[in-house]
Design a protein around this ligand. Sequence first.
Ligand SMILES: Cc1cc2nc3c(=O)[nH]c(=O)nc-3n(C[C@H](O)[C@H](O)[C@H](O)COP(=O)(O)OP(=O)(O)OC[C@H]3O[C@@H](n4cnc5c(N)ncnc54)[C@H](O)[C@@H]3O)c2cc1C
Length: 504
Amino acid sequence: MESRGGPRVLVVGGGIAGLAAAQRLCGHPDIPHPRVLEATARAGGRIRSERSFGGVVEVGAHWIHGPSQGNPVFQLAAKYGLLGEKELSEENQQVEAGGHPGLPSASYASSGASVSLQLVAEMASLFYRLIDRTREFLHSTEPPVPSVGDFLKREIRHQAASWTGDEDAKKLKLAVLNAFFNLECCVSGTHSMDLVALAPFGEYSMLPGLDCTFPGGYQGLTNCMVASLPEDVMVFNKPVKTVHWKGAFQEAALPGETFPVLVECEDGSRFPAHHVIVTVPLGFLKEHLDTFFDPPLPTEKAEAIRKIGFGTNNKIFLEFEEPFWEPDCQIIQVVWEDSSPLEDAAPSLQDAWFKKLIGFLVLPGFESAHVLCGFIAGLESEFMETLSDEEVLRSLTQVLRRVTGNPRLPAPRSVLRSRWHSAPYTRGSYSYVAVGSTGDDLDLLAQPLPADGTHAQLQVLFAGEATHRTFYSTTHGALLSGWREADRLLGLWGLQVGQPRPRM
Ligand SMILES: Cc1cc2nc3c(=O)[nH]c(=O)nc-3n(C[C@H](O)[C@H](O)[C@H](O)COP(=O)(O)OP(=O)(O)OC[C@H]3O[C@@H](n4cnc5c(N)ncnc54)[C@H](O)[C@@H]3O)c2cc1C
C-alpha cells in the first residue's frame, strides 16, 4: 500500500458503519487512501438482500425504523432514489407509531381455533402501555426490579388478579400476552425480556415515520455506498485477526516512517496505519476479545463488551404454492395456549423450539410465489440454526397444520432462513442493554484508544450499531456511528468535516 502523505486510515468491517466512515473519509483529499478490510466476499454485513422466490427477501435488516427527515438512512435512501412514492410521502413521515409493531390480521391458537382479534387488540394495548411505562424508570439508579421482563410480569400479575371470567379465558389472555413477550424478544434481539435492563430501556429513541422497506432490497443502499467509493477502497475476503496498537511499526516501502497501528489479517497480510476504525459486530468482539487486540483493551472497555447484550433474531421464509391466508392478511400471529409469561419454562429446544416463533409477515411483491416470513429469537432461534432445512420445514408444516386446524394443509414449497448466530463474523443479530449494563457501557465502547493521551491519539476507533447509545440495533445508529468516527478523525487532523479542502 503506497503512502501519498497524510494519515493512513483503515476501516475493519464493510457493513453500513464501515461504509459510512469510508464514504466520509474518501470525500476528503487529505486522507489519501482509506481502505476497508472486509472478512467476507460482500459488503453490507447485516444488511443482506437475496433474490429468491421470484422477488427479493431481506435476510438481515428489514425496515427503515422511523423513516423521516431526521433519519440518515431514510435521507440517503431517498438521495439514491431507492424509495417509492408512498415511503417518501409526507403522510408516511409524520406517522408516530411509537415503535410498536402493527397488530396481527389473524391470530391462530395451538388448538386450531382462531383467537378473537378484539382480545388480541386488548392484550396488545395492555402490553404496549406497560412497555411505554418503562420510560418512568429512565436513569433511575434503583429501579424496582432489574429487568423489563420482571417489570412487565409484575404489572401483568397485578392486573390479572382482577380479571373476571373463567379460567380458560384467563389462560388465553396470558397465552396471547406470551406471544407479545416473544415478539418483544425479536425486537430487542434477546432470549428473554428478563435479560433486558429496565432503567436504560427507555433510552432507545424512536423517530417519527411509518416503518418502511426498500422496494428493491435494503442492500441497494450499501451497494450504492460501495459504488460511490474509489475502486480500490474495498478489500474483500480479508478477515482481520489482530489489531496491534501502541506500537512503532514500519513498512519496507517507507523507510523511516513509523505507524502506531498494525492490522494483521488471517491470511498473514499486515497493514500498518495511523488509525483504524473497528466496526466488527459486538458478537464477534465478545468471542475474540482475548486475541483481537494487542495489547488487550483496557479493563473497563473489555468489561463493557462483556456486559452489553447481543442476542439472536432470525427469519424463516416459507414459500407456498397457494396462500392459506386471506388476501388482505398482513401479519399472522401464533398463540400457544399452554404458555404464560408468568410461568418460567426452561426452553425445550429439541421438542418445542418452534413455540418461540411469533408468527409470520405476509410478504408482498412476489410474482407467482406466496411467501411468509417468520421471526424467532433467543436460544430456540440459535437451536433452529443447527437443524437442516428439511427439519425446519417439517416442524413448521406441523405447526401450521395444527394452528389452522387443517391436517391436509399443503407443505410449503421451500424454506430459506437466516443463521446470524452461526455466522462467524457476526455471532448474533444486534445489541441490547442487558441487566448489569447501562447506556454508559455503549458510550464506553465508542471511546477511542488510547485514552491516556501519552501516545499518538486515536489509534483505534470504534463504530457499529452497538456504539450508538440511543439508536443501537438499527441501521441508522450504525450509519451515524461511522460518520461520528470519521468526523472524529477529521477533527484530529484539523480537517473540516464535509468540506474537502482544495489541493494546493
Ligand atoms: C435479522 C435482523 C433483522 C434486522 N432488522 C433491522 C431493521 O428492520 N431495521 C434496522 O434498522 N436494523 C435492523 N437490523 C440491525 C441492522 O442490520 C444492524 O444494526 C446494522 O446493519 C449493523 O451495521 P454495522 O455496520 O454496525 O455491522 P455489520 O453490518 O455487522 O458490519 C460489520 C462487518 O464487519 C465484518 N467483519 C466482522 N469481523 C471481521 C473481521 N475480523 N475482519 C474484517 N471484517 C470483519 C462483517 O463481515 C460485516 O460485514 C437487523 C439485523 C438482523 C440480523
